[in-house]
Design a protein around this ligand. Structure first.
Ligand code: FAD
Length: 341
């Protein structure tokens, strides 16, 4: 049998991570990434890229923990290698603070991040409006550099990248054996998924190199996440809004909220405003589907709907998608189960 041909639709963090896991699990596959946008024009470019999981109500916690752990382990190894600065991956320590003690004092991911502990009274003095807090060290991806690093790795293994808008997955059936749908919020139109909705997020990227620690309000709305070059200040969560236009009133509100957590930000300079649409769903859609028309079949694997946590679970969900691709390949006529899955 000729090398199985796999198309990955989408070049955000999920599409690129999935393409990488497919090349690792099935080196004999010919993989092509098709996308209407590449970095720096994806939602993934707007993200803060912090590894703090978002909870998916429709997915068992042990599965979410596994996805997060696999992602943390993968990125930790990069952060601890000579590739770290090019890949934009670094460790960052800081605090998650709460106005009231949360019901769950120990989140499910507390033993995956490093050094998780309750904050001391002395540390809490930095946050006079907050009564409880957690200190830990996690990883952060600087998003555009990380996406470019993934693209470079893929090209080095022979993956083709083409700019193409796919209006119907079926259009790919004559060219590819398996199609992987990593279209993010684009899947709403591409596969008509009504369970997928946008949660608009506006953030500011500022120059404030003296800010070294992350600060996240436990409500998840206000955060200060220092990256290698810029600090991301957030944010908003506007369910159902498709608007990509920055709102000046929201910019001022975000800035004021962040300054109340970290007053030194009043001296921040060079403020850039970015907006992205989180591809949100009760659970990530990670499953196989067989499309059929006139007796002809197209094998599809879906991997989209990562909402507010795509960077945090990218590797875990990509590995599972690659495993599903392997299952599809094993069903192809003449296959001797090429994928090592
Ligand atoms: P995208 O990045 O949107 O990629 C989808 C790709 O599919 C794009 O390349 C697009 O061009 C392509 N595409 C779509 N439709 C088609 C089509 N029909 N044909 C061809 N190509 C198509 N997550 C974290 O874990 N940590 C964070 O700190 C964090 N911060 C965030 C802050 C903000 C403000 C926002 C908006 C999100 C944040 N997220 C964070 C969430 C994270 O950004 C998303 O979960 C993640 O980017 C989703 O990645 P994706 O690849 O599925 O989507």
């Amino acid at each position: 049998m000729a090398a199985p041909k796999v198309a990955v639709v989408g070049a955000g963090v999920i599409g690129l991570s999935t393409a990488l896991c497919i090349t690792e699990a099935c080196p004999s596959c010919s993989v092509t990434v098709l996308s209407d946008q590449f970095s720096p024009n994806t939602t993934s470019d707007v993200a803060a890229g912090m590894l703090i999981p978002h909870t998916y109500p429709g997915t068992p916690i042990h599965v979410q923990k596994q996805w997060f752990k696999e992602t943390f382990t993968f990125l930790f190894a990069i952060s601890n290698s000579p590739e770290a600065s090019e890949a934009g991956i670094h460790l960052v320590s800081g605090w998650q603070v709460f106005k009231n003690t949360p019901k769950e004092e120990l989140p499910f991911w507390s033993d995956v991040v490093l050094g998780f502990r309750p904050m001391s009274e002395a540390e809490l003095q930095k946050f006079p409006q907050h009564r409880f807090g957690q200190a830990f060290t996690t990883l952060k991806c600087d998003c555009p550099p990380y996406l470019l690093w993934l693209e470079k790795r893929l090209k080095a293994t022979g993956v083709q990248m083409h700019t193409r808008k796919v209006t119907d997955l079926w259009d790919l059936h004559s060219e590819y054996n398996v199609v992987v749908n990593c279209a993010g919020i684009g899947a709403h139109q591409l596969v008509g998924d009504e369970k997928l909705f946008p949660v608009r997020g506006q953030v500011l990227k500022v120059h404030a190199p003296w800010v070294k620690n992350f600060i996240r309000d436990g409500d998840g709305l206000t955060y200060v996440y220092p990256g290698i070059h810029r600090v991301t200040l957030g944010g908003t969560r506007e369910k159902g809004s498709w608007s990509l236009s920055p709102d000046p009133g929201t910019t001022k509100d975000i800035f004021d909220r962040c300054c109340s957590l970290e007053p030194s930000l009043r001296g921040a300079q060079d403020i850039e405003v970015k907006v992205g649409l989180r591809p949100s769903r009760r659970c990530v859609r990670l499953q196989r589907e067989v499309l059929s028309r006139g007796g002809v079949k197209l094998l599809v694997v879906h991997n989209y709907g990562h909402g507010a946590g795509g960077f945090s679970v990218q590797r875990g969900t990509a590995k599972e998608a690659a495993r599903l691709v392997g299952e599809c390949i094993a069903t192809l006529p003449g296959s001797s189960s090429r994928a090592k899955l």
